[in-house]
Write a protein that binds this ligand. Structure first.
Ligand code: PLP
Length: 388
C-alpha cells in the first residue's frame, strides 16, 4: 500500500480537527441574539438540565471554559495553599495551571506508555501528608481504570477532580464518564467533541456543591427574594452565556451521531494501518479501546530513533501533503514556569518520550473514510522516506 499508492496532496488542506456546526445551530444563535437576553439565562438553564439528564440526573453547572470549571472544582473540594494535587505531565497545561492558581502544588506522576494517561500503579508512591486530591486526565478521550482510581482515592481519603475535558461521551464498563465519580470537569472549547465555542461544565455530587459552584462562578453572590443579595465567598466571573448554551443544546442533540462517525473513522485508521508496515517499523498506534473511548483524537507515536528526521520534519512533510497535525502535548513539567519550580528533564521519562514523539492525526465527524485512507497512505509514505 505504501510505495504503490500514489500520494496526492489534499487541496484544500485538511486540519487535524474542525467543528461541525449546522444551519439549525446558526439559527439558534440568531434567536438568542434577537431575544433581548444574551448572557446567562434560560438557555443556560435548559443546557444544564439537558446535561444533567445526560449524566444520569447528577447536578451540572456550566462555566465560561474548561479551565474555570476545573478551578471551581478545586475550590469546591477545598483545595488551596499547602495542599498537593497528583496529576499527569501529559495534558493541556491548564490542568496543572489551575492547581497553581488555587495556591496548591502539582505533584506529577509519570504516564503509562500504552494509554498515555497517568500511571495509576505509581500514584500511591506520590501520596504524602499534604496530598488532597488526584486529578487524572483522559487523554484523547480514553479513561483511566475507574475502579483502580477510586480504590486509591477512597483508601487514602482523597478527592478526585477528573479532567474529563476530552472525554464527553466516553464510558467506563457501561457507565458514562461524568455519571460516576466525584467531581468531573468537561470542556466545550472549539476542538472538543461538543463545542459551545468556549465553555465547560462540572458534574457535582449534590445540590450543596452545585450551589457553591454557582457562587464561585459569579463573584460569590447569593440572591434572596426580589432585592436581597449577599457575598460570603470570593468568586470569579466564569458564567457561560445563552449564546454559547444555545450552540451547546444543538451540539448535544447530535453528539451521538458525531461519536458514531468518530468511532467509524478510528476503526478505519486501524484497518488502514494494519495493511501497511508502519507498526513493524516502530510506529505506535493508540489503544484500540472501542468500549471506553469517545475517539476525541487519533494519536500516533513516531519511532524517532529509527528516523533521519525529527517530529517537526514529519509534521512538515504531512503539511506539504495537505494534512494538518496536532501536538497534544509537550510535557508540562519542562515548561519554564515548572522548571522554575524545580522540575527537570529525566524526572518522568515516559512522559518525556511520548511528549517528544506524539502527533495527532485528523479526526472529526465530517472527515470521510476515503480521507482516512489517504492519510494512512501519506503517513506510511512519509515514514518510509525517513527510515534510516
Ligand atoms: C481543552 C482542555 C482543557 C481546558 O479547557 P478550556 O475550555 O480550553 O479552558 C483542560 N484539559 C484538557 C485535557 C483539555 O483538553
Amino acid at each position: 500500500m505504501t510505495a504503490m499508492t500514489e500520494i496526492r496532496p489534499f487541496d484544500p488542506p485538511i486540519p487535524f480537527t474542525r467543528p461541525t456546526l449546522d444551519e439549525a445551530t446558526i439559527a439558534s444563535v440568531g434567536d438568542v441574539l434577537r431575544s433581548g437576553w444574551i448572557t446567562s439565562g434560560p438557555k443556560v438553564q435548559e443546557f444544564e438540565s439537558e446535561l444533567s439528564g445526560f449524566f444520569g440526573g447528577r447536578p451540572v453547572r456550566t462555566f465560561a471554559n474548561g479551565t474555570s470549571t476545573m478551578e471551581v472544582a478545586l475550590r469546591i473540594a477545598g483545595i488551596g495553599s499547602g495542599d498537593e494535587v497528583i496529576t499527569t505531565p501529559i495534558s493541556w497545561v491548564a490542568t496543572s495551571n489551575v492547581i497553581l492558581t488555587v495556591g496548591a502544588t502539582p505533584v506529577f506522576v509519570d504516564i503509562d506508555p500504552i494509554t498515555h494517561n497517568i500511571d495509576l500503579n505509581q500514584v500511591e508512591a506520590a501520596i504524602g501528608p499534604n496530598t488532597k486530591a488526584i486529578m487524572p486526565v483522559y487523554l484523547a478521550g480514553l479513561p483511566v481504570d475507574m475502579v483502580q482510581l477510586y480504590d486509591i482515592a477512597s483508601r487514602h481519603k482523597l478527592r478526585v477532580i477528573e479532567d474529563a475535558a476530552q472525554a464527553l461521551g466516553s464510558s467506563w464498563n457501561g457507565s458514562r464518564i461524568g455519571a460516576i465519580g466525584d467531581l468531573i470537569s468537561f470542556s466545550f472549547q472549539a476542538n472538543k467533541n461538543l463545542t459551545t465555542i468556549e465553555g465547560g461544565c462540572l458534574v457535582c455530587n449534590n445540590d450543596e456543591e452545585a450551589r457553591l459552584a454557582e457562587k464561585l462562578r459569579l463573584q460569590g453572590v447569593t440572591r434572596t427574594g426580589l432585592d436581597g443579595m449577599d457575598v460570603d465567598v470570593l468568586g470569579g466571573k466564569f458564567n457561560l452565556t445563552d449564546v454559547n448554551a444555545a450552540i451547546g443544546l444543538q451540539q448535544l442533540s447530535k453528539l451521538g451521531d458525531f461519536q458514531d462517525q468518530r468511532v467509524k473513522l478510528a476503526q478505519r485508521y486501524f484497518d488502514g494501518f494494519a495493511k501497511t508496515k508502519v507498526v513493524e517499523q516502530g510506529l505506535e498506534l493508540p489503544v484500540a479501546d472501542f468500549a471506553h473511548s469517545n475517539w476525541h483524537m487519533f494519536q500516533i507515536v513516531l519511532p524517532l530513533d529509527r528516523l533521519d528526521t525529527d517530529r517537526a520534519g514529519i509534521m512538515a512533510d504531512l503539511k506539504a501533503l495537505g494534512i494538518g497535525t496536532g501536538l497534544h502535548y509537550p510535557p508540562i513539567h519542562l515548561f519554564s514556569l515548572y522548571r522554575e519550580r524545580g522540575f527537570t528533564e529525566g524526572m518522568f521519562p515516559i512522559a518525556e518520550r511520548i511528549g517528544r514523539s506524539i502527533i495527532t492525526l485528523p479526526l472529526f465527524p465530517t472527515l470521510t473514510e476515503s480521507d482516512v485512507d489517504r492519510i494512512v497512505a501519506a503517513v506510511a509514505h512519509v515514514l518510509e522516506t525517513h527510515l534510516k
